[in-house]
Design a protein around this ligand. Structure first.
Ligand code: D5M
Ligand code: ZN
Ligand code: FE
Length: 487
């Protein structure tokens, strides 16, 4: 018997464990001493929890991934990826096309509502205004929000459709609160009536929103891990913790054994030249080095697990939304891996039939700036606003760059079962109309910039969802014990 094997055996015996002869044969074939010790320790740790004190062939086969669980099924489908749809439209004409595509797509979405039959164009309502139409006959208009102004005790709203724009006044207090959540350039429908002096009064605001629907679940038990904002290459990337998590993923832990998918929602690397003097905070100075490090890390994950990589604002490709997948020229290894799928931002994927909408979440920056009551501390509230607006990044011309695509690829056309966002480095969970909202936090410690603006991240949390039951788990690898998930 090899010396290492006999010491591993003694270790097991001392812990009160027996090793079955069939298990012994498998162990005898393992030549890597470190691996041998690790396997024994981890299996013992796990089986002690289960109060089972024999190591048998099955334990080793499961641990080593030799045995395939016949019920393990992890089917990945890419339902929609912007990468292939991106064109390079440019200039004002491009933006006209973008907004008209946005308007048309959202008008179609809202046409499921009965009120939509009474929608009149701005041009028609304008001509009616000139003729002083009957007050009791309210009509509906719909358009993109041009301006929103709260003045003393009224709110003024200008909406625009392809035929023109109209200003309406809101007097009702509750409705003014609803109007305060409207984002510039978002689509909304309004019930309007004629006020004094031929002005328009807005009496109701109707959002495209999410209708009641049935959520898809996986038939078999399989878990998905939600990650984002790794910032590999940054001095503040929590490399040790992420390696520890990835090691756990290949451990015999019963939850880990059922993980079939790992989703990475952007900012996988810290990038180069993203902010001033970034090079002083980088340990890998090139994109190639950063992505190589990412590849090495992901290589430790079992090839049975499907990994989806979507870019964020720190990753290479293009800055403006929608973003294509991280180009192959920076790292062909990731593109060539059988179990890795590179997608654009946003992307709609299906995991055993469960639809997941992945979006990095850059628009959150603009939304928290302009919407009263929203903050970086509650990103899932912002995510609810996006779902209500059925758009991932409504505000044009603020800090989130939007490309002049002919088709607006940021409209939420298909309703997901899970909405996965990152960017704000704050892990958080919530539900909205049956949709599970996941903000997957980060694996980067607080940066000096974040400290300077008082942003407190909760990094080092891996959110894990059982796709059969939608039960959520989390693995905590942060040094901060107060690092709890808020929901
Ligand atoms: O963004 C991480 C978080 O930090 C996100 O909530 C936005 C915020 N952030 C990042 N840069 C800025 C600037 N320049 N102003 C305001 N807020 C910022 P990340 O994409 O990981 O850098
Ligand atoms: Zn980030
Ligand atoms: Fe980001």
């Amino acid at each position: 018997m090899k010396k290492e094997l006999s010491s591993a055996l003694n270790y097991a015996l001392n812990k009160g464990f027996q090793i079955h002869p069939d298990a012994f044969k498998i162990l005898d074939d393992i030549t890597d001493v470190k691996q041998l010790e690790k396997i024994i320790k981890e299996i013992i740790q796990e089986k002690t929890k289960q109060k089972l004190f024999q190591i048998n062939q099955d334990d080793l086969e499961t641990y080593l991934g030799i045995k395939d669980d016949p019920n393990f099924h992890n089917e990945l489908k890419i339902l929609s990826d912007v990468t292939s749809k991106i064109t390079s439209g440019e200039g004002v004409k491009g933006y006209n096309a973008l907004f008209s595509s946005r308007f048309n797509k959202l008008k179609k979405i809202i046409s499921d509502r009965p009120e939509s039959k009474k929608i009149k164009s701005m041009a028609v309502v304008k001509s009616k205004l000139q003729k002083e139409w009957e007050v009791e006959k309210d009509v509906y208009i719909c358009g993109l929000v041009d301006t929103r102004n709260a003045e003393r005790n009224i709110t003024k709203l200008v909406l625009e459709d392809p035929s023109g724009s109209l200003e309406g006044i809101i007097f009702d207090e509750e409705l003014q609160k609803t109007a305060a959540t409207l984002l510039i350039d978002q689509f909304v429908m309004a019930r309007v009536g004629l006020g004094k002096n031929s002005g328009l009064i807005i009496k109701d605001l109707i959002f495209p929103d999410i209708p009641d629907q049935k959520i898809n679940k996986s038939e078999s038990e399989v878990y998905a891990v939600f990650l984002s904002d790794l910032h590999i290459g940054s001095k503040y990337f929590m490399e040790e913790e992420l390696i520890e998590f990835v090691t756990w993923l290949s451990s015999p832990d019963p939850v880990a054994r059922k993980v079939g998918f790992v989703l990475i929602g952007g900012d996988i690397v810290d990038g180069v030249g993203i902010y001033p003097n970034q090079n002083k905070e980088l340990v890998c100075q090139t994109l190639e080095e950063q992505l190589q490090k990412a590849e090495n890390l992901l290589d430790k994950i079992s090839k049975n697990v499907k990994i989806i990589i979507m870019p964020g604002n720190h990753d290479p490709g293009r800055r403006a939304l929608p973003q294509p997948a991280i180009p192959k020229k920076y790292n062909s290894g990731l593109w060539e891996r059988e179990n890795i799928k590179m997608v654009g931002n946003p992307a709609l994927i299906s995991l055993n039939g469960v639809k997941v909408l992945m979006f990095h979440g850059q628009s959150i920056d603009d939304i928290v700036k302009t919407t009263p009551g929203l903050s970086y501390d509650r990103p899932t509230d912002v995510m609810k606003n996006l779902l209500r607006a059925r758009h991932l990044s409504p505000i044009y011309g603020s800090s989130t760059p939007i490309a002049p695509e002919v088709e607006d690829l940021l409209v939420i056309e298909d309703i997901p079962d899970i909405f996965h966002v990152g960017h704000v480095h704050k892990a958080q969970l919530d539900m909205y109309k049956g949709i599970l909202l996941v903000n997957s936090g980060s694996w980067q410690k607080q940066t000096p910039f974040q400290a300077s603006v008082g942003m407190v991240p909760n990094p080092g949390l891996a959110i894990i969802v059982n796709l059969k039951t939608f039960q959520v788990f989390h693995e905590n690898y942060s040094s901060n014990s107060n690092n709890i998930l808020q929901s």
